[in-house]
Write a new protein. Structure first.
Length: 436
């Protein structure tokens, strides 16, 4: 818009200058014609001689060259040294200013004695339009009009268009649109109304989609948790019924199993709560090697039942590897990784757990001999409630990844070249400071 107004001002200014130039040209021609006619009439009525001296004196007075052409004799009389272009003889002697080939203006008048008077004046003698006060006055008025026009266009076009452009990124979002010119009756008003309607429709659709996604997510969460809890609840109910008729040894086994299944349910609920409302880590001094040993001991009964051999590649003589971390959350990560590795081999296999000091962080590697991760699982790593295990909640790796990142590390998942999967959990050594 600014460029258009600038071009308009430039072209308008040039047009005004051209118009004034032409106007001044016509005025100068009329003035020259009037002066020439006055002097021709003066010569006609006074019967002054048509001599070279008269031509010289008259020319000095009116600022022109004067010639007397005696048609019968063909003699041309003018100031000494002046010559008349032959083109003048072919011009009309009608008292009008005509342009000569060399750019001069010529005005000719016939005399009563068949002689002719010729007046010549250089065109360069004209006053340029830019040297006239009227030109600058007209330009000033035009520039003031252009400024007013630009302001009007800014209010009527530029600003509304800018507000529409600023509103486009907000269409369909939860943010309110700025004030738009919806009351206008032109195309800008129609565009603003369409933008407002589109924003409302997209926002409503967005809210409906969010509600549908929340309902679907709650359904998946409920179905996954129900499937995971169903087996422990059934085992608890069965062994609770056997307690009344069991002998002391069997009762002890039943009570132990009930406690184990109750802890399993508690762990499922805790994992769910960790994802729904993650708690910030509470750092304490944690021996990573000892935490790994504890996690392996806790998962060993489930591993033996599945025919899985757990192997810790930790030097027995190695000293403690202490870092500042949340011990409960670290054990939760290790338990999730080991449980996933055991469940990946329902027909038995071998799980290797190793701990490495990587300088700024500590790495815990868990390797299994299962089928490994599919391409879809790799792409959707970290997506909650996605699991390729039947009835799985799909929260094990998600929670582990979140906890590792909260500890200044991360979770790396890959498939082994020889088959199976490898998951590496990293914990930064200096992620926290411990205050006693």
């Amino acid at each position: 818009m600014t460029s258009s107004v600038a071009v308009f001002v430039l072209l308008g200014s040039l047009a005004l200058v051209v118009v004034f130039e032409r106007h001044l040209d016509r005025e100068e021609r009329r003035s020259f014609e009037g002066i020439a006619r006055t002097n021709a009439d003066f010569l006609e009525h006074t019967h002054l001689p048509h001599s070279a001296k008269m031509a010289e004196q008259l020319g000095e007075i009116i600022g022109s060259r004067v010639f007397f052409w005696q048609v019968r004799s063909g003699r041309v009389i003018g100031r000494k040294g002046d010559r008349l272009d032959e083109a003048a003889f072919r011009m009309a002697f009608d008292g009008k200013a005509h342009s000569m080939p060399d750019g001069e203006w010529m005005v000719g008048f016939p005399g009563s004695d068949e002689s002719k008077v010729i007046f010549l004046r250089p065109a360069s003698f004209r006053v340029l339009a830019m040297e006239r006060a009227e030109t600058w006055l007209a330009l000033g008025v035009f520039w003031g009009f252009s400024l007013a026009l630009g302001g009007w266009l800014a209010r009527r076009v530029t600003r509304p268009l800018r507000s529409l452009a600023e509103s486009l990124p907000l269409v369909g979002t939860d943010q309110a649109l700025p004030q738009l010119p919806v009351t206008r009756r032109d195309e800008i008003g129609q565009l603003a109304q369409t933008l407002v309607r589109t924003h409302g429709s997209l926002r409503d659709e967005r809210q409906r989609r969010r509600a549908a996604e929340r309902h679907a997510l709650l359904g998946r969460m409920a179905a996954s948790l129900a499937h995971e809890v169903r087996n422990p609840v059934a085992a608890i109910r069965l062994h609770a019924q056997l307690l009344d008729q069991a002998n002391p040894a069997e009762a002890a086994i039943s009570r132990s199993l009930i406690e184990s299944e109750a802890e399993r349910i508690e762990g499922l609920v805790g994992q769910w709560m960790s994802h729904a409302k993650p708690a910030p880590p509470k750092p304490t001094e944690v021996d990573v090697r000892e935490s790994v040993r504890q996690a392996v001991r806790l998962i060993e009964p489930q591993a033996r039942h599945a025919g899985v051999l757990l192997e810790m590649m930790i030097d027995a003589d190695a000293g403690p590897l202490v870092i500042a971390a949340d011990g409960h959350q670290m054990r939760q990560v290790l338990g999730n990784l080991l449980r996933n590795a055991v469940q990946a081999m329902p027909s038995g296999g071998h799980v290797i757990v190793r701990v490495q000091d990587a300088g700024s962080c500590v790495e815990v590697h868990v390797e299994d001999e299962g089928r490994g991760f599919s391409a879809a699982a790799m792409d959707r790593l970290g997506e909650p409630f996605y699991s390729e295990k039947e009835g799985g909640m799909g929260l094990g790796l998600v929670v582990a990844k979140d906890i590792c990142e909260a500890h200044g590390g991360g979770l790396v998942v890959e498939n082994r070249a020889c088959g199976g999967a490898r998951v590496r959990a990293d914990f930064a050594k200096a992620a926290f400071s411990i205050h006693t």
